[in-house]
Each structure stands twice: as structure tokens, then as C-alpha cells.
Design a protein around this ligand. Structure first.
Ligand SMILES: *Cc1c(COP(=O)(O)O)cnc(C)c1O
Length: 300
């Protein structure tokens, strides 16, 4: 669903939001797109279990756990950070995943780095039995195929399409289905991630670029300015944003509009990739740091 934003921007620039966050209550936004063909493939292969990887607040872990419950797969999440093992109850993402039936295996950051090594995967198979493996963040060729379905033919009217970037799977799908007259802008949520090669691997087209100035210090880092922006955007539009990805994307695009980056009359489509489950965990951090917290819609 595309939702035009009724804010008057300079230079006749128009902003429309693609509400991928509304696709499913628990399999959020782009994670739904990325899992779709992987689930179909796992069913085709007759697998009964899915294993994947993620951090303590991972949208992908939450989405995979919910998808496993909905589509009848046992799920295992290999989680970065041994210290979390007795703190599941304090972590909304991990509690949610566990309540969906996901088995959580906690490993140290050192061990987690081996997540793509064949020996590590073999050991996991010895421990958990056979499984369909979905990589960290859910990005593989089938995920990119799913993300090609984010844009529809009617979206060809937009001059620019902007989305947040983590592993690069989502933007790769968008690049592949965007028209050549459209410019695709990716806003990495992390610092210096060497994403260009990853994206080019899936999407050799050249109608895109990364805007690297809006990561706010790195992955999962936020400051007061960002929190206040997210709350103000909710007040003005009724649309909630997450602090890790979409908040930074929307902040960046609106900042660039006021800096004159976009040509007069640009018609920009912003992809809301979801991720709202992460707000609860982030608010615990913000409270601890005595910073303002992110408003949740029901409180407004
Ligand atoms: C995971 C995620 C992204 C990043 O997607 P990639 O395909 O890894 O680049 C963007 N937005 C949200 C809300 C996410 O959860």
C-alpha cells in the first residue's frame, strides 16, 4: 500500500511511503519478502526445520520465528552473545522468538564469526539435525527474488526509490525491479560495511547509489535527535518508524530534501521495511541512558 505524505516540502517535492510494515503483524516488511521463497524452497525440499543467525534485537530472528510457527517449521536461532543466555526474559525480541517456539543457541562473538564456515554448519547439523539454512539477515538469491516484488508496475511513476540497507538483499531486489529512469537510493544503517560488492553480486544494474551519511554512528546506534525525529514524524503522519533502519532512512531523505539534493518536482517513494518490533528493546536501552524514548502508536 502506498501512502502519500501531506507535508509541504520545498521545490514541489512529493513523498510517498510504501507501507511494507503492514504486510503481516509479525513477519515484518522486508523480512516477509525475504523469507517467502525460502519457505517455499524448504517445503519443496521436504525440510521440517529452519536454522538462522542473528543479534539480540534482530528483526530477522523475530520474523523467522513467527514464520516457523505460522508455516509449521521447527526453528533454531543462533544468537550472537553468550551473555544473553540467562537474559531472554529481559529481551523482547528473544522472548518473542522463544514464545513462537524457536530454540535459541547462544554463541560468543568469536564463534559467531564462523557462521558461514562449513565445519560450523556441520556441527550445528550434528546438534540440531537436518535443517534448511537461512543466512544472517536472510539474504540469499531467493530473498532477492522476493524483494523484487516490493515494487509494482504502478510504482514506475516515481523518480526516486529510497530504502534502508543492512546486508543489501532488499535494495538488490528493488534495483532489479526498478525502471531505468528511476534512481534507487540506499541508506546503510551501519558504518563502512563494504556493501557495494554484495549488492553488485545480486544486482549488476547501475541506476543506484548508497548514501552513507545517515548511519548515526553505526548499527543500532541512536541519538536524541533521531528519537525526537521519529516521534515528530509519528505525530505529523501517524506512521511509526523503527530506530535501526527506517528512522535513519526517513531522517536522511528529509534532510537531503531540505539541503537541495533532489531536483525540483522529484516524486520520491520511501520503502517502509518494518522493524517496529525493535522499538521495545531500544526503549529499554534509552531509558537506561536517560534519553527520551520512542513513542509507540497506542500511547499517542
Ligand atoms: C533487515 C532490515 C533492513 C535491511 O535489509 P537488508 O536486506 O539486510 O539490506 C531494512 N529495514 C528493516 C526494517 C529491516 O528489518
Amino acid at each position: 500500500m502506498n501512502q502519500p505524505i501531506a507535508i509541504n516540502f520545498p521545490d514541489n517535492i512529493k513523498l510517498t511511503i510504501k507501507r511494507e510494515d503492514l504486510l503481516h503483524p509479525h513477519i515484518s516488511g522486508n523480512k516477509f519478502r525475504k523469507l517467502k521463497y525460502n519457505i517455499l524452497e524448504a517445503q519443496k525440499q521436504g525440510r521440517s526445520a529452519i536454522l538462522t543467525f542473528g543479534g539480540a534485537f534482530s528483526n530477522h530472528i523475530a520474523a523467522t520465528a513467527a514464520a516457523g510457527k505460522e508455516y509449521g517449521f521447527a526453528t533454531t536461532g543462533v544468537i550472537r552473545g553468550e551473555e544473553l543466555v540467562d537474559k531472554i526474559g529481559d529481551n523482547p525480541t528473544l522472548s518473542f522468538a522463544r514464545d513462537c517456539g524457536m530454540v535459541l543457541k547462544f554463541v560468543s562473538r568469536d564463534v559467531y564469526r564462523n557462521k558461514t564456515e562449513a565445519v560450523f554448519i556441520e556441527n550445528l547439523k550434528a546438534e540440531f539435525g537436518d535443517f534448511y539454512l537461512v543466512p544472517e539477515g536472510g539474504t540469499n538469491a531467493l530473498a532477492v527474488k522476493g524483494c523484487e516484488e516490493i515494487l509494482t508496475p504502478e510504482d514506475a511513476v516515481f523518480t526516486h526509490v529510497a530504502c534502508a540497507v543492512g546486508t543489501g538483499g532488499t535494495i538488490s531486489g528493488i534495483i532489479k525491479s526498478a525502471k531505468l529512469h528511476q534512481r534507487v537510493l540506499g541508506f546503510p544503517a551501519l558504518k563502512g560495511a563494504g556493501l557495494l560488492d554484495d549488492i553488485c553480486k545480486f544486482a549488476p544494474e547501475s541506476n543506484w547509489e548508497l548514501v552513507e551519511d545517515y548511519h548515526f554512528g553505526g548499527y543500532g546506534k541512536v541519538n536524541e535527535e533521531l528519537v525526537l525525529f521519529i516521534n515528530d514524524f509519528l505525530d505529523k503522519t501517524g506512521i511509526p518508524l523503527d530506530p535501526v533502519y527506517t528512522g535513519k532512512l526517513f531522517f536522511g531523505v528529509i534532510d537531503l530534501i531540505y539541503k537541495g539534493y533532489f531536483p525540483q518536482g522529484s516524486d520520491i517513494l520511501l520503502i517502509h521495511t518494518g522493524g517496529l518490533q525493535g522499538i521495545a528493546g531500544m526503549n529499554r536501552e534509552l531509558l537506561r541512558k536517560k534519553l527520551p524514548i520512542i513513542k509507540i502508536r497506542d500511547n499517542v
